[in-house]
Design a protein around this ligand. Sequence first.
Ligand code: FHN
Length: 676
Amino acid sequence: MIELMAAALFSFQEPSMTSQDERLDWWRHERFGMFIHWGLYAVPAGAWEDKGTGHAEWIRTTAQIPLETYDEFIHEFNPVKFDANEWCAMANDAGMGYVVITSKHHDGFCLFESEHTDFDIMNTPFKRDIMKELAEAAPNHDVKMCWYHSIMDWHHPDYLPRRGWEEDRSSEGADMDRFREYLHAQVGELLTNYGPIGIMWFDGEWESTWRGAYGSELYKHCLSLQPNVIVNNRLGARGGMAGLTGMDGYAGGYAGDYATPEQEIPDAVEKGLDWETCMTMNDRWGYNAVDKNFKSTTDLLQKLSDIVSKNGNFLLNVGPKADGTFPQESIQRLSEIGDWMDVNGDAIKGTIGSPFKHLPWGRATQKFNGNNTTLYLHVFDWPEDGTLEVSGLTGKVKNARVLGVGDDIQIEEHEGVMVLHVPSEKPNIHIGVVAIEFDGKPVVFEEPSISSQTTTFVHDAEVVMNVGSPDIEIRYAVIKNHNTTEIVVPTERYVEPIVVDSSCTVIAQSFYNGEPVSSVASLTFDRVSPEPATKVSLVIEGTLKMSVYDGSWDEMPDFSTLKPELVEFVGAISPMPEAELQGRLFEGYIKVSEDDMFIFALTSDDGSRLYVHEQLVVDNDGLHGPQQINGSIALEKGWHPIRVEWFNKTGGATLNLRIGNLGGELNEVEASMIAR
Ligand code: FHN
């Protein structure tokens, strides 16, 4: 019966999704949201018996509290001071456009009324559906209601694995298929009973019993219930705390609508990637009575500015107390952030990232309105002499002003430097914002980027040059003699990607109104001879030798020192699902059909390495979620010796190798291409 039910539950229609851009539009505009971690763990507030006071939402695990003891908190959770309108008002007043609250964290306790469990808010003295009250209040305060929902569940009898320290809690009869039905059913309640929901923010996806394929199922389930809902990337492996799973997914898996770096802000993010950093105000997500290490309001605002200048969103956390109130330190910071946003919110809401690669004194964002552009300069270090210099900026300035301060400011330009004469007094203690209105777009003088799939090739390589401002002209030159000492001036106008077919150095420079306005970028290319094919006779095509090793590693072991548990011949480079505490070594040959530079894409969870002719072509070692790393090598038509090493500690097991010609598609390594 269960199988039939499971099949029925998971055999949904492909959802009629609105496009991802349509679904993400409001979220990209808002840029700033409130995260709320709240549940039974607020009762102990981080302290437990002789286990110290440093715990928080993980306390059942970090303090090793037995299930039946932890369940007793349900009789103490009575947040009589909870006021949904007050919470939503604080979020809105702080300039936050959405609220993501833990409907269920890893402890399994549900803050909402669920017909699928008694471990919910209705069985506490409070007996009110928190999600219902928040969902009703949110629209009245212009915030989107969003649910955080943990896959990992330390309470449900069917969830596996048990906690390592729970020796006396049997996993007898536990059934993850049945748990996934429970998970789908509760997500159904959350997306059916509470009106339009902005985001399903999943978490707890990293354990061994969860698969990317389950994430795909749940993603489609969410969209089949609410076609406009956004789903983060934590239904599949997020690529660790960096959270920057490539949005094209990974071999055999799921990626979601946006990436979720946690407690960190990426240095740089690939163009077009949607992402959101989630961060605590102090050191913990859930309430901890003694954690007073709160970040300053200035620090939090400068993090917001940094994130938005990189086209990201900021999800800032509050851990409410068991009585239903926010910690005073959080209330104070939200209020101060709101005061700043009241004056400077235009520099955050509805903006896109900076046109500059770097600004020494702060950040920048920009907003397009028709043919005009507003450039917002977020000045962390305000010039005491009232002279703010912006190197490499020009354009048709209509006006400029300091947000929150009266009159327009004067601007001069000297040799590519825009000098803004601002009041010597910083307009607020956090970040002073200067808004410059341009007719058209600002023109930023920056060195062009020169890029190519690889800088070595057998036949030729395509070279792409790019610069942020459309008003900048790129001029380039191709220097064939690497060692020339003559001064070469880039004179060729860049219109579209160029092709180089001999060893050379490409140089490029930005020009504006016919004048050079940047330093000269350069990239050197080498035409190489392909690795000679190996003369092999009597190869057995279609299979590789696979050796399987048992062991627990944090990085790739030296398989030559180990004895395999199993040796067999296989037609594909892949692990068995659920292969944990295991290493695999694939040895044999790969055949390529022509001389060329070949790109290899190696995806694995956990670590992997690819050797061709004993050269390390891809190093994807380490403990991580499914992660793809590419490498390249020039190969002659014919057979070449390859070796693929892989290990998985615990959690999802992924291994996938794809190959493609330089500039071509990446395709699975087919059996017809391998031999031993
Ligand atoms: O384990 C959780 C943690 O408690 C918290 O919820 C964070 C917030 O994103 N997510 C997980 C850790 O990555």
